[in-house]
Design a binder for this molecule. Structure first.
Ligand code: NAP
Length: 371
């Protein structure tokens, strides 16, 4: 499989060997790389399969390096306070990976999401983590060693697995939304916000959570005005962010409205959004040049259906409190893929660490006789 967008993520030569792994980590966000740091230091020689490279996954916005890759400045990750971190960041990320990171605004500092996840990845690689590309599309957890098959036809055998595949952005499900994807409709403000089509134009962000507010704030750098369209009369976002949105000179919140149609034409792309009032069902059209969705996420667990216990929303179930065990012995879950509640970089990293320690303990106690 050739991938023009992320060619540097492919390391095919490493995967031509076929041997049994002690630990395979599936994913490439903070949970996966933190698990890899701990597992490498414990001499488990982990192999990370950093997927989300197939066109199907890209279309779902399940991009490599997880949700952090889609985030602007990260102010709440311990060890990275806002402030001038320029020199540290500039010298810590390998030159051949710099293309993954958007440029900073002049004078802006603090760590960005892409920088943070690159640093964690670099730390894992430094300790000997091996990395390969490809999306895992099939698993056999019926007998150990477990078998994983990737979209590019490779088969892996492994004694333990850490699932850290994260979650991808939700879409509204409107036919018009599909029609105008990449023509003014986006689920990633950081990826698309600076495009010329949005510059000095009025645009809409849909959603009322932290992501919606952050995206509206980010997009206000480029757009002349941002309408924050929310279906209720109260934001779900944390108080500090909600206040930011309410007081922002370029953000107007359209309370109690739900998009029912994205309007536009082939030449211009999006030109407006038809909104329904959730209280009285009346309609209004708002002229906008872009619509950004920020309406939550769905876990990337399609390949695990029927193989492992998932909850009603598709998140991996971890049956034992404060453990990363799943319903399958030797398979552990870390990060957003098993977290419907916290979904922070730091909690993902924390559970990644826990999963590596759980995998190590499992190998020592369960597999000691099969070494
Ligand atoms: P979220 O908290 O689940 O919010 C999703 C928003 O989208 C809600 O306001 C919801 O409305 C709305 N929504 C859902 N489905 C919709 C639909 N079909 N049509 C219209 N609106 C819809 O998701 P999130 O904002 O992505 O945040 C996810 C997690 O990450 C949260 O725990 C959040 O705290 C965290 N996060 C933190 C930061 C930060 O700390 N800086 C930044 C980003 C995210 P209702 O409110 O009516 O349900």
């Amino acid at each position: 499989m050739v991938n023009d967008t992320f060619p540097h993520l492919f390391h095919n030569s490493e995967t031509t060997r076929h041997f049994m792994e002690k630990l395979i980590i599936i994913g490439s966000g903070p949970a996966a790389w933190t698990a890899a740091i701990y597992a490498s230091r414990a001499s488990l020689e982990p192999l990370v399969i950093e997927g989300a490279v197939s066109s199907e996954n890209q279309a779902r916005n399940a991009l490599p390096m997880g949700q952090l890759a889609l985030t602007t400045e990260v102010e709440n990750f311990p060890g990275f306070p806002p402030g001038d971190l320029s020199r540290f960041l500039e010298t810590s990320i390998p030159k051949n990976r710099e293309m993954m990171m958007p440029p900073h605004e002049p004078g802006q500092r603090g760590v960005s999401g892409p920088e943070l996840v690159e640093l964690i990845r670099a730390q894992a690689v430094h300790f000997g983590t091996r990395v390969t590309g490809g999306d895992i599309v099939e698993v056999d957890f019926d007998k150990r060693p477990y078998t994983l098959k990737s979209s590019d036809g490779k088969t892996y055998e492994t004694r333990t697995v850490i699932v850290a595949t994260g979650a991808g952005a939700n879409w509204l499900g409107l036919e018009s939304e599909t029609r105008f994807k990449n023509k003014g409709v986006s689920a990633c403000a950081v990826c698309d916000g600076a495009l010329p089509r949005f510059r000095n134009k009025e645009i809409a962000v849909v959603g009322g959570g932290d992501s919606a507010v952050e995206e509206a704030d980010y997009l206000s750098r480029y757009a002349s005005k941002v309408y924050l369209v929310h279906r209720r009369d109260q934001l779900r976002a944390s108080k500090i962010l909600a206040e930011k949105a309410k007081n922002h000179p370029k953000i107007e919140i359209l309370w109690n409205h739900l998009p029912v149609e994205i309007r536009g034409n082939e030449k211009e792309g999006v030109t407006g959004i038809l909104l329904e009032n959730t209280r009285d069902s009346s309609h209004r059209e708002q002229a906008v040049a872009g619509v950004f969705l920020a309406i939550g996420h769905t876990p990337n667990t399609g390949f695990l259906k029927g193989k492992i216990d998932l909850d009603a929303k598709g998140f991996v179930v971890r049956p034992v409190p404060f453990r990363t065990d799943t319903s399958v012995p030797g398979v552990f879950a870390a990060g957003d893929v098993a977290d419907d509640r916290y979904r922070q970089a730091i909690t993902a990293a924390g559970t990644g660490c826990m999963a590596a320690l759980d995998a190590e303990r499992f190998l020592v106690t369960t597999d000691v006789t099969t070494e």
